[in-house]
Design a binder for this molecule. Structure first.
Ligand code: DON
Length: 311
């Protein structure tokens, strides 16, 4: 199939229709209480093409908690702030472990395997706090995603942020453990406050796909031409999304879908077809690795019908 020539609007609508009636939807995350209340029936899909055309279907205009997808934006900010220095404190290898696992930190001197597992993103927050107060770092993140999406209505859900603060015992353990190795410098509560607020960003599929545009277009906003990162950095962020974006499910995601992607326990996935499209899908039911079950199925069907896999 020629990836440039297919009726994307029809395919997007078709897939949303197929997902509407799908029986096996996975299980909604319940370890963050407000997420447990999100109806499992929700499904949204948005595809933004390189020429700026947007195709939306289902609940694509409904805000959801982007959770770990924020780790892509946090990495982009950190690379802008300190460049390759960050790789002294975070690795670039898939962990093959759960997103909130602590085990590798013990034998790997408190250096997380990659920036997309919780431990890695907590270090990213600590790096950002090197020169900022939490409220400044949170404000910077909010301005960044609003600018990327071209939409000032994007917000942080304080209820979700507070719930994570009250129940995030694993993240507290990760941060304290890394602090013991000297890989967290700022006070742990400030680092975690920043991390939880990043996770609590709420966006619609449309906003998320728009925010991902720079990753499909060599680091530029394909419509305005404004540079967000240089082309090499965009390629590298995509490479990390491909290898690490779905935790211990990253190999399977590459096998089935073949696109750089990043998931969140809110049920969202941002996937990038380089040079072609930025895609956001949302379905809150998760598989065993904490990735959207129907989101992955929908992306699998999308790449089958469009030929967009990078392989
Ligand atoms: O820290 C946590 O556990 C959540 N705020 C984010 C985890 C997450 O989204 C994992 N993704 N699939």
């Amino acid at each position: 199939m020629d990836p440039g020539h297919c009726d994307v609007g029809r395919i997007v609508a078709e897939i949303a229709g197929e997902m509407r009636g799908h029986e096996h939807r996975g299980k909604v995350a319940d370890y963050i209480p407000p997420l447990a209340c999100v109806p499992v029936e929700k499904f949204g899909l948005a595809v933004v093409m390189a020429d700026g055309t947007v195709h939306c279907a289902g609940d694509a205009e409904e805000p959801f908690s982007i959770q770990s997808i924020s780790k892509v934006f946090a990495l982009t900010l950190v690379l802008g702030a300190v460049g390759d220095q960050v790789w002294k404190r975070v690795g670039r290898e898939p962990s093959g472990s759960a997103f909130n696992s602590i085990v590798q930190l013990e034998t790997e001197q408190g250096i997380p395997r990659n920036p997309f597992i919780n431990a890695g993103a907590i270090v990213l927050c600590d790096v950002l706090l090197g020169g900022l107060q939490p409220r400044e770092a949170i404000g910077q993140m909010l301005r960044f995603v609003r600018e990327l999406a071209g939409d000032d209505s994007i917000a942080i859900d304080e209820v979700v942020a507070r719930a994570e603060q009250e129940t995030g015992f694993r993240n507290m353990a990760l941060a304290n453990y890394m602090r013991a190795f000297g890989n967290i410098h700022a006070p742990v509560d400030l680092v975690l406050g920043t991390y939880f607020h990043f996770c609590a960003l709420t966006m619609t599929c449309r906003q998320l796909a728009l925010a991902g545009r720079f990753l499909m277009a060599d680091g530029r906003n394909p419509v305005s031409g404004h540079s967000v990162v240089n082309p090499r950095r965009a390629r590298r962020i995509n490479a990390l999304m491909m290898s690490c974006g779905h935790y211990d499910n990253s190999g399977d995601f590459a096998y089935r879908i073949g696109l750089p992607g990043k998931s969140g326990v809110g049920g969202g996935i941002l996937a990038i077809a380089p040079g072609i499209a930025s895609i956001a899908v949302w379905s809150p039911g998760l598989n065993r690795s904490g990735n959207s079950h129907l989101g992955q199925l929908a992306l699998e069907r999308l790449v089958q019908r469009t030929g967009w896999s990078v392989f």
